[in-house]
Design a protein around this ligand. Structure first.
Ligand code: ADP
Ligand code: MG
Length: 314
């Protein structure tokens, strides 16, 4: 393509909110063989919300929610935000403690008076969070987190968890003082255009792949809904780049679409990295394309644009 053609394509992209960082990236996109999609926030809306909370110990539901929200309050994870929101609503709207607590102060003021004191908070990437409340250990996260801390999950809870996961929900497990106490189910709906875009990519001869830190059953349920057959689940944040390198081994051109801070090594490892949505600065930095509109349709726009620009001169 001539420099003019590249400039025109870059301009057309910009009109769609598709920012292309240079002619090389534009050229590579025509040969994309695999598109790896991050699940959370990329294929899904990234607007997780709690659907159920179930206590398996004698603890009262309100106390359980307060405990979990307190542990999650310092986490930046979308799942954590969903939990804190849910607990907040439970206490201040569904079961307001007293009339004077409702409505007057800002949300933040109310939360600061309501959450329990937390010590030694740590976020464990791809696992969950750990902290001390009332001098007791609190763990909130996935099976791996509980297993690594030698917490036994009762059979009744395990089958509840499986039923959630088969319905594309993520079950978050909670342990207090070394004992399993309950599960919180979180749902994050697919983006509206996701299914159509996956179908479109397949028609273009591109193989879609889903990669996620979430568990296998949830991942597979979501993948099935969206029409992706190739799934890589329970991938640690650092492992996403590894998935890309393995697909590149036979010389295939691999694109990665992701939104989060966890995705930036993978965006950098991909032949074509696409940061979607507001993204994080670090994801935008690592990417070759920025899809500003947060629409998966622009993955197709980007490939189309490259194919059209570079076929004209062949
Ligand atoms: P993704 O690849 O979907 O963005 P992550 O790698 O961030 O997922 O997390 C993988 C899994 O680790 C989540 O599905 C969840 O089970 C668990 N997890 C991570 N952070 C948290 C948290 N703050 N609270 C509860 N669970 C968490
Ligand atoms: Mg993500």
């Amino acid at each position: 393509a001539t420099p003019t053609a590249v400039m025109v394509a870059t301009g057309v992209g910009a009109n769609h909110g598709v920012l292309i960082k240079g002619g090389d990236a534009l050229e590579r996109a025509q040969s994309i063989r695999y598109v790896i999609f991050d699940k959370t926030g990329t294929l899904t809306q990234g607007k997780a919300s709690v659907t159920t909370a179930k206590v398996f110990s004698g603890m009262e539901l309100g106390d359980f929610l307060t405990l979990v929200a307190s542990a999650e309050a310092s986490s930046e994870h979308p799942l954590a935000k969903a939990i804190v929101d849910h607990a907040y609503h439970y206490h201040f709207f569904d079961n307001p403690p007293t009339a004077k607590d409702a409505g007057k102060q800002s949300k933040q003021d109310k939360l600061s008076g309501w959450l329990l004191e937390v010590k030694d908070f740590s976020a464990i990437p791809g696992r969950g969070v750990h902290c001390l409340i009332n001098e007791k250990t609190v763990l909130v996260g996935n099976r791996s987190l509980l297993m690594e801390n030698k917490v036994t999950i009762p059979n009744e809870a395990e089958s509840f968890l499986v039923s959630l996961e088969l319905n594309a929900k993520t079950g978050i497990l909670v342990a207090y003082d070394g004992t399993f106490i309950g599960v919180i189910a979180v749902a994050d709906p697919l983006k509206r255009e996701a299914t159509v875009v996956i179908e479109g990519l397949k028609k273009m001869g591109v193989h879609p792949v889903m990669v996620t830190g979430d568990n296998w059953r949830t991942a597979q349920a979501v993948a099935k809904e969206v029409g992706i057959e190739d799934v890589r689940a329970e991938v640690m944040p650092a492992g996403k780049a590894e998935v890309i390198r393995s697909l590149q081994k036979d010389g295939s051109v691999v694109a990665m679409v992701g939104d989060g801070i966890n995705d930036s090594p993978a965006l950098a490892a991909a032949d074509v990295g696409m940061a979607i949505g507001a993204g994080t600065d670090i994801a935008i930095e690592a990417a070759d394309y920025v899809l500003m509109r947060n629409s998966l349709e622009d993955v197709i726009t980007a490939i189309d644009l490259s194919r059209k620009t570079f076929s004209r001169i062949r």
